[in-house]
Design a protein around this ligand. Sequence first.
Ligand code: HEC
Length: 111
Amino acid sequence: MKKAALAALALGFLFIALLCAQNPYGGDEKASRAGAKLYKQECASCHGQNRQGLEKAPPLNVAGVVKASPGALFRILTNGSLKRGMPSFAHLPEARRWQLITYLQSDSLAR
Ligand code: HEC
């Protein structure tokens, strides 16, 4: 019983840590440019060249993404939303996923 409670607590902390994860590249221009390049290769076919969204996928140039917690975006990129057509990008190295997030949340997009 005690063990289970401890395990649940540990899981809870892990979850919160993931949610609150800071982007190690937050605001870094070089990372943002690298992310932009990667976006064109990996994401634009579904989300549009300018993140405006296409029939296949919703726009990403919206406050819900630009101001989302980096950890939440990291989870979406890692797990995808497979049933709804968003693939997992867990095959990209973590640093690449953070670069993408830096790009998605760069100041120039914030409105
Ligand atoms: C095969 C098409 C496809 C590709 C490629 C794709 N996505 Fe998606 N994406 C989707 C779909 C469809 C959704 C909506 C999923 C849902 O509603 O749960 C989505 C949702 C998202 C969301 C959540 C948006 C929100 O408003 O909650 C983010 C962030 C995202 N994608 C980022 C990316 C990034 C970054 C890439 C490139 C690394 C990418 N996607 C590549 C189809 C795609």
